[in-house]
Design a protein around this ligand. Structure first.
Ligand code: ATP
Length: 408
C-alpha cells in the first residue's frame, strides 16, 4: 500500500509546486539539495526520515591518496558540444594518440559544490564503475579531475538521443517502440539486480549507438543499495516522468523505474508523456490523481502494458513482485527473445545514418553550435577536491583491440 502524505494536495499547494518546477525547467532535473526540495516540506508526510542521500557529507580524504592518473584532460582534442546538463556540458573529443572518439562529460566543480551535489556526482561515478560491461549502459573509460572540473570519458553514442528521433518522427510504430522498451527494460533490470534504482528515465537519457541499440546514460540520480523491498523518499527526477509517489514524497522503490518506462513508452506511442498538459499544474495534478486515459491507435497488449506500468499504486504496478521477469512475460514482449536481445542479436529496427565514428548528424544543432572552451585541455590533473574520482578502465586501455560504440 502506498503511503500518502497526511495533508491533501490542494490546488494552492500544487500551484506552488508548479511555480518551482517552472523556474527549474532550465535545470530539467531536481536534485535533492535543490531549494525546491527544502521548500517542499509541506508535501512531506509527518515524521519523515532524513534524506539518506543527504545524511552524510562527502568524505574529504587525504589528496595524496588519489592515484596518479596516466590520462589527463590534455590528452584529448575537444571538438564539439554534444549535450548539456545541470553541471556542465558533454563534448565529442578524440584521444590525441590514437584518434578514438569519446563523449567527455565535463562537470564544473563550483556548480556541484554550490548546490551541494557531491554525493550525486560521486554516485554517478561509482555506478559507472559498477556496470562496465552491460550492453545498453554507457561505458566509462577514464575519469580524472583538474582544479575546476571533473571529466568522465565515455563511449560516444553517435546515434543521438531517442528524444531527437522521436521529435522528428513524432511517434514510433509498435515494433520499434517494443525494441527500445525491451532494451531499456533489460538495462533497468540489470541495474536493479545490482540494487541500483535509476530514477531518471526520460527520452533524453536514452541514446542510440551506431547500430541503433539503446545506450542508457546519466546515472547522477541513481540510488544505490536498494534491495528488492528497499524504499527511499528523495525527491528527484524530471517533472513529466515523475511517478506519483515521488511527486508526493511518499516512500518509493525500484518500481519508479517501471513507471518511467511506462511514461517513455507512452511518449513513443503517442508523441507525448502520459497525463501531459501544457499547463504544468494540471499535468502534475493529473499524474497524482487522474485515471490514465489512452487514445486509440495502439494494440490491446500495448494498452495493457501501459496501464500496468502506469499504475499509480506502486504495489500493484507491473514489476512490483518479480521485477524485470514480470515485464518479460507480458504479451506485448512475447516476440522478444530476451537472451538474443542481451546478446545484441536482434537487429535494431532503425539504423542511424552515419558517415563515421565522429559523425554529428544525429546530434541537435542547438548543442553543436555552442562554443567549446579552449581551456578544457589546458589544465593539469589535480586530485584534491573529489577523492576517488580518478580512474582508468584497464580493460579498455588496450584501445585498439576494442570496438567503439561507433563501430570502429
Ligand atoms: P541532466 O541535468 O539533464 O540530467 P547531466 O548533467 O546529468 O544532464 P547527461 O544527461 O549525462 O548530463 O548528458 C547531457 C546530454 O549529453 C545527454 O542528454 C545527451 O544528449 C548527451 N550525452 C551524454 N552522454 C553521451 C554519450 N555518451 N554519447 C553521446 N551523447 C551523450
Amino acid at each position: 500500500m502506498v503511503k500518502k502524505a497526511k495533508s491533501p494536495v490542494t490546488y494552492a499547494k500544487m500551484k506552488r509546486i508548479v511555480s518551482y518546477f517552472t523556474a527549474l525547467i532550465k535545470d530539467k532535473k531536481l536534485g535533492s539539495s535543490h531549494p525546491i526540495y527544502r521548500q517542499m516540506n509541506f508535501l512531506r508526510p509527518e515524521n519523515s526520515v532524513p534524506d539518506d542521500d543527504r545524511a552524510a557529507a562527502v568524505c574529504f580524504s587525504n589528496p595524496t591518496e588519489e592515484p596518479q592518473c596516466q590520462v589527463s584532460a590534455a590528452d584529448f582534442d575537444y571538438l564539439k558540444v554534444i549535450g548539456t546538463g545541470s553541471f556542465g556540458k558533454v563534448f565529442l573529443a578524440t584521444h590525441k594518440e590514437d584518434g578514438r572518439y569519446y563523449a567527455v562529460k565535463v562537470l564544473q566543480k563550483h556548480i556541484i559544490l554550490a548546490r551541494k551535489e557531491e554525493r550525486h556526482v560521486m554516485c554517478e561515478h561509482r555506478v559507472l564503475l559498477k556496470m562496465l560491461n552491460y550492453p545498453f549502459l554507457v561505458k566509462l573509460h577514464f575519469s580524472f579531475q583538474t582544479m575546476d572540473r571533473l571529466y568522465l570519458v565515455l563511449d560516444y553514442a553517435c546515434g543521438g538521443e531517442l528524444f531527437y528521433h522521436l521529435q522528428r518522427e513524432w511517434a514510433f510504430g509498435e515494433p520499434r517502440a517494443r525494441f527500445y522498451a525491451a532494451e531499456i527494460a533489460s538495462a533497468l533490470g540489470y541495474l536493479h539486480s545490482l540494487n541500483i534504482v535509476y530514477r531518471d528515465l526520460k527520452p533524453e537519457n536514452v541514446l542510440l549507438d551506431y547500430a541503433g541499440h539503446v545506450v542508457l546514460t546519466d546515472f547522477g540520480l541513481c540510488k544505490e543499495g536498494m534491495t528488492g523491498r528497499g524504499t527511499t523518499r528523495t525527491f528527484c527526477g524530471t517533472p513529466e516522468y515523475l511517478a506519483p509517489e515521488v511527486l508526493q514524497q511518499c516512500e518509493y522503490d525500484r518500481t519508479v523505474d517501471w513507471w518511467g518506462l511506462g511514461a517513455v513508452l507512452h511518449e513513443m506511442f503517442y508523441g507525448l508523456p502520459p497525463f501531459y498538459s501544457a499547463d504544468r499544474l494540471e499535468m502534475l495534478r493529473n499524474i497524482i490523481s487522474q485515471p490514465l486515459a489512452l487514445k486509440p491507435g495502439v494494440s490491446s497488449s500495448a494498452r495493457d502494458l501501459l496501464k500496468r506500468l502506469l499504475n499509480k499504486d506502486r504495489a500493484k504496478r507491473l514489476g512490483a513482485k518479480r521485477d524485470l521477469t514480470e515485464l518479460q512475460s507480458h504479451p506485448f514482449f512475447s516476440s522478444i527473445q530476451w537472451d538474443e536481445l542481451v546478446a545484441k542479436k536482434i537487429p535494431p529496427p532503425f539504423v542511424p545514418s552515419l558517415t563515421g565514428p565522429g559523425d554529428l548528424t544525429n546530434i541537435d544543432s542547438r548543442f553543436t553550435e555552442l562554443p567549446v572552451p579552449l581551456s578544457l585541455g589546458a589544465c593539469e590533473e589535480y586530485g584534491a577536491t573529489f577523492p576517488g574520482f580518478t580512474y582508468i578502465n584497464d580493460n579498455i586501455l588496450s584501445l585498439s583491440a576494442q570496438s567503439q560504440t561507433c563501430g570502429h
